[in-house]
Design a protein around this ligand. Structure first.
Ligand code: SF4
Length: 382
């Protein structure tokens, strides 16, 4: 296994501020913002609430628009802080209504978010946490990008606001009075969210705050490939009570998982599952195990039995995801017959298992496809 790289280091550090070193206020939690305003500008604590809701509820573009902040303070904010946002590069639209937003950071890094319409629950945004990924899962296109850097908190938060802006614009174009809303978030875009723990945790605090977007924690899921120390921290810090946890499992033996997900060479399946079992989870909530089904690799009858033996005792759900083929991975999608059989075996063993229909696969937006070329006929350039 010496040729497998389990975890890569970033090519670039996390940006501390804009090109003038000014911190981006959009990436501060409510408390941090209050402290910063007090420490830097001696503004009273209640100003923190006001500025926070200008940024995250009204989502203003400039300090100038913060009408209940004095002109003097607005001018001081202008020189000391940044309100920069991501820029929208392209928006690709899939036949099933999924939209892929290709966004750019100030230092010209590209990232993607995917907006997925739900049947009855509004819209889910699949959010990225890194540019590229620090891990090297063999079935994943993002892994082929290398690992450029972690995303800053405001770059995570702004993906949600860019998606919401798109929904507002679409509603305006249709003449709808009320735009649709992003109701659910899944950290399943580019990157391993638990490897960028602090930024992701702070982004969740901002996005769930009732003075901001107010997205319910129960509608947020963090997906990890199995970074055991970070899963333990997730449990210790009580995040399992706030948001959902999904584990990308994808194999039932260490031999196969070492190959499919090289992080397994650091933390084996037993160690991973033991860490997951120790995470205190909110009552009535289940851990999700994602299982990308790869033809002749992890889709055999024995795999279904082993899967049951591994996780059957846990309060969990299995999401079976037939592999979305792409040129960066040497795997095939199993036949529909095979998928059906795997699912029915899992269910026969008593597992709560579902097949996840690929969404947006015609624009490279489906699971494991982020970072692929998008067919140009589906793209709106900005
Ligand atoms: S599947 Fe997730 S963790 Fe694995 S390489 Fe892709 S983005 Fe990273």
């Amino acid at each position: 296994m010496s040729d497998l790289v389990a975890i890569r280091g970033p090519e670039r550090p996390l940006p501390k501020g804009d090109d003038r070193g000014r911190p981006n206020l959009r990436g501060m939690s409510r408390d941090e913002l209050g402290e910063w305003l007090l420490g830097e500008l001696e503004m009273k604590r209640f100003r923190g609430d006001q500025v926070f809701s200008w940024l995250h509820d009204k989502r203003v573009a400039s300090f100038e628009a913060m009408s209940n902040v004095s002109a003097r303070d607005r001018a001081r904010l202008e020189t000391r802080a940044s309100l920069a946002r991501l820029t929208v590069d392209t928006i690709a639209r899939a036949a099933d209504g999924t939209r892929k937003l290709k966004l750019r950071t100030a230092d010209d890094q590209a990232l993607e978010s995917v907006l997925i319409p739900n049947d009855d629950r509004g819209l889910t945004l699949c959010v990225s946490s890194q540019v590229g990924c620090c891990l090297t899962c063999a079935f994943c296109a993002t892994a082929s990008l290398g690992f450029r850097r972690n995303l800053a908190t405001w770059e995570i938060v702004d993906q949600v606001y860019q998606a919401q802006d798109l929904l507002v614009q679409e509603a305006r174009e249709r003449g709808d009075e009320w735009p649709a809303r992003v109701t659910n978030l899944v950290f399943m875009g580019m990157g391993e969210p638990l490897a960028n723990y602090n930024q992701v945790k702070r982004a969740i605090a901002i996005l769930t705050h009732d003075r901001g977007a107010g997205i319910a924690g129960r509608r947020i899921t963090i997906s990890s490939a199995g970074l055991v120390p970070a899963i333990e921290r997730f449990g210790r810090e009580g995040l399992g009570h706030e948001v959902g946890l999904a584990i990308s499992l994808n194999a039932t033996t260490d031999v196969v998982r070492d190959r499919v997900m090289p992080i397994n060479t650091r933390w084996k399946i037993a160690e991973l599952l033991a860490a997951v079992e120790r995470v205190p989870i909110k009552r009535r909530r289940r851990v999700t195990f994602e299982y990308v089904l790869l033809a002749d690799v992890n889709d055999r009858d024995e795999d279904a039995l082993r899967l049951h033996n591994l996780v059957g005792r846990m309060r969990c759900q299995i999401n079976v995801i037939p592999f979305n083929p792409h040129p960066h991975a040497p795997f095939r999608r199993p036949s529909q017959r095979r998928v059906d059989r795997f699912l029915s075996l899992c269910r026969g063993y008593g597992l709560r298992a579902f097949v996840r229909t690929p969404r947006g696969d015609d624009i490279g937006a489906a699971c494991g496809q982020l970072a692929l070329e998008t067919p140009s006929s589906t793209v709106d350039a900005r």
